[in-house]
Design a protein around this ligand. Structure first.
Ligand code: M6R
Length: 609
């Protein structure tokens, strides 16, 4: 949520800033800005409402060859998206870009009588506060930043420059990521390493409570208490191809199509089909610790929550002595929930930076339960703070709507469940079918993506684009899959789509069925198939417009559309069905002319509450 970039070196700063912001645009895109300084400290501030393309048009009229600057792409929290509220914010000689929220900004603002506030943002208050300690510029900027940050309550990742010292940038973090890239005679700043790819492979990931003073050839990291930190230099693993569209019209379609490979990465080295075993090194729990687990808490937001819910339906099928609770992080963090002894929490997050999920992780750790991350972004805050974890390794997910991460999160969690079951002595004959199907899943997804079905879904979508509402329905494992399908649809097509457990339909939602609605029914073969068929008939009897996605070849009810999947899978057929839901939502968003990768009002990584 929001993106920060910074540059100090010998090259054109504007060029790096704008290209970096484009890479971070998926994190927030309602306004953007950059400031650069020339050798005398004269600043060129350019800000624009809307996308980076608008900022670029403004920049075309103010081209500079300055070699230091900072930039920001915003997802509004305080104050509407506008040029005045866009970052960088100026106070005296300093300019500040900020991710996060300053919670006590009102109180601080009331004390800053000498600053004429021009925006509605909490960030301008922090800029003014830093300026109040800096003023004459006789003391180092870093000291003023530290003094100000000591008064701040909230979260921040910041970058600051001053007209009085056009050779250095000060950065700091608490709860919002910041990476310092080390180049040859240049130092690059970003809130997400993807902005640094192609410029350097070496980076320092600041930790909470750290502040750094950087110039083109030096980086000094300290704590807010002025203790020097010998920061670890790490390698950035992602490559350029992973953050490009690679010939697809949208990142979302690329990421849907990538699922066979991304899931294969999740499984690499972890599934042993010869011996029917799963090996996960990351969680770091001994056999004895795994055996002791009695309760699993699965924490996440949005798609990560649905992935957790679906995984828990699976895990409880083969780990009889465990209770599993899946919780929405934004709720759980404020509940007075009792965490039973011998609990382990799975902390699920693609970005590894989601504020609510992170807050739960910290709370759960305080209460003494072990935490295991199911994370994609390597080196992210959650990945660093959990006791152990399993990276899903799907590579960068750029589209705001999560697709490939969902598939891999579900399977990574099921594999963790199998690891527990193995330790608890659950019979290999019970686990074998799960392991065999997991191993086949990448090929089965590939089979689907290379069949006629994606085109058929595209054609079918044209018919449904005129509807105003969608209802997604499923039973058992198809129910969380339906929830994820509905989220995808509403998020990118802006269609009002909601999911219900099929059995709940006649307890209320059935009243909705009319010509404004279509109903997507996920109908896997299995124990509850016949019951779900009766539910479909109830909808049809009331004039519903039903689309059925099924792997049952004999399905023959007179529904509006049928998507029949041919797959060897039985247990994990819902994962394949979800790929169809992803394609349906994608085509719907395209048909409606929406911004598929950056849907309105949203941002990729939700680093504020
Ligand atoms: O990065 P995280 O997995 O923690 O993100 C959680 C949600 O914000 C995320 O899944 C969101 O719901 C997606 N936009 C859904 O497609």
């Amino acid at each position: 949520m929001c993106g920060i970039v910074g540059y100090v070196g010998n090259k054109n700063a504007q060029n790096f800033l704008v290209s970096g912001l484009k890479r971070l645009e998926y994190r927030g895109y309602d306004s953007a800005g950059v400031v650069t300084l020339d050798q005398e400290g004269n600043a060129t501030l350019i800000r624009a409402k809307g996308k980076i393309a608008n900022l670029e048009s403004c920049m075309a009229k103010k081209k500079r060859d300055d070699v230091i600057g900072i930039g920001h792409t915003r997802w509004a929290t305080h104050g509407e998206p506008s040029e005045a509220n866009a970052h960088p914010h100026k106070a005296g000689s300093i300019y500040l870009v900020h991710n996060g929220i300053i919670e006590n900004y009102k109180e601080l603002k009331s004390q800053l009588k000498n600053h004429d506030f021009k925006s509605d943002t909490d960030t301008e208050v922090l800029a003014a506060l830093i300026e109040s300690f800096y003023q004459d510029g006789k003391h180092p900027l870093v000291n003023a930043v530290v003094q100000a940050l000591k008064l701040v309550k909230g979260t921040y990742g910041i970058a600051v420059v001053s007209e009085k010292n056009p050779e250095e940038i000060v950065v700091a973090r608490s709860g919002s990521p910041l990476v310092v890239g080390i180049g040859k005679d240049e130092t690059l700043i970003a809130s997400d390493a993807s902005a640094l790819i192609g410029h350097t492979k070496r980076a320092i990931y600041l930790k909470d409570g750290e502040v750094a003073k950087v110039s083109k050839d030096s980086i000094e990291v300290k704590t807010l208490n002025a203790e020097p930190v010998s920061a670890k230099v790490e390698e950035i693993e992602t490559n350029l191809a992973a953050i490009q569209k690679g010939g697809y019209d949208h990142f979302l379609l690329k990421e849907i199509m990538e699922q066979p490979e991304s899931l294969a990465e999740t499984l690499r080295g972890r599934v042993d089909t010869k011996n029917n075993l799963v090996h996960l090194g990351g969680p770091g729990l001994s056999e004895a610790e795994l055996r002791k687990i009695k309760h699993l808490i699965v924490v996440g937001c949005g798609t990560a929550h649905y992935a957790g819910t679906l995984a828990s339906y699976y895990i409880e099928q083969f780990t009889p002595e465990i209770t599993i609770e899946t919780v929405v992080a934004s709720e759980y963090r404020y509940r007075q929930a009792y965490i039973p002894k011998d609990s382990v929490a799975l902390i699920v997050s693609q970005s590894g930076e989601t504020a609510d999920t992170l807050a739960c992780l910290r709370e759960i750790k305080k209460q003494g339960a072990k935490t295991i991350g199911i994370v994609n972004a390597i080196g992210s805050t959650i990945a660093r703070e959990v006791d152990g974890g399993t990276y899903v390794h799907v590579g960068p997910e750029i589209a705001v709507a999560s697709t490939k991460a969902f598939t891999s999160q579900v399977i990574a969690m099921v594999m963790f469940g199998i690891t527990i079951a193995q330790a608890k002595g659950v019979k290999n004959t019970i686990l074998r079918s799960y392991i065999e199907e997991i191993a086949k899943l990448p090929d089965e997804i590939s089979k689907l993506l290379n069949s006629d079905i994606p085109n058929a879904v595209k054609t079918m979508t044209q018919k449904y684009a005129k509807y105003e509402h969608g209802i997604y329905l499923g039973r058992d494992v198809a129910y969380p899959t339906a929830m994820e399908g509905a989220l995808k649809m509403k998020e990118i097509s802006y269609l009002d789509a909601n999911a219900y457990a099929f059995g709940e339909l006649k307890h209320g939602p059935l009243a909705l069925v009319d010509d404004r609605f279509f109903e997507v029914v996920l109908l896997p073969k299995g124990a509850l198939y016949e019951k779900a068929i009766s539910n479909v008939q109830e909808v049809l009897a009331r004039g519903g417009h039903v689309i059925v996605i099924t792997n049952e070849e004999h399905f023959d009810l007179p529904v509006d559309d049928i998507v029949k999947i041919t797959t060897d899978l039985e247990i994990f057929a819902p994962i394949i069905m979800n790929v169809i839901s992803q394609l349906f939502a994608y085509n719907m968003a395209v048909a409606k002319g929406n911004n598929v990768d950056q849907p309105r009002n949203l941002a990729k990584s939700v680093t504020v509450e």
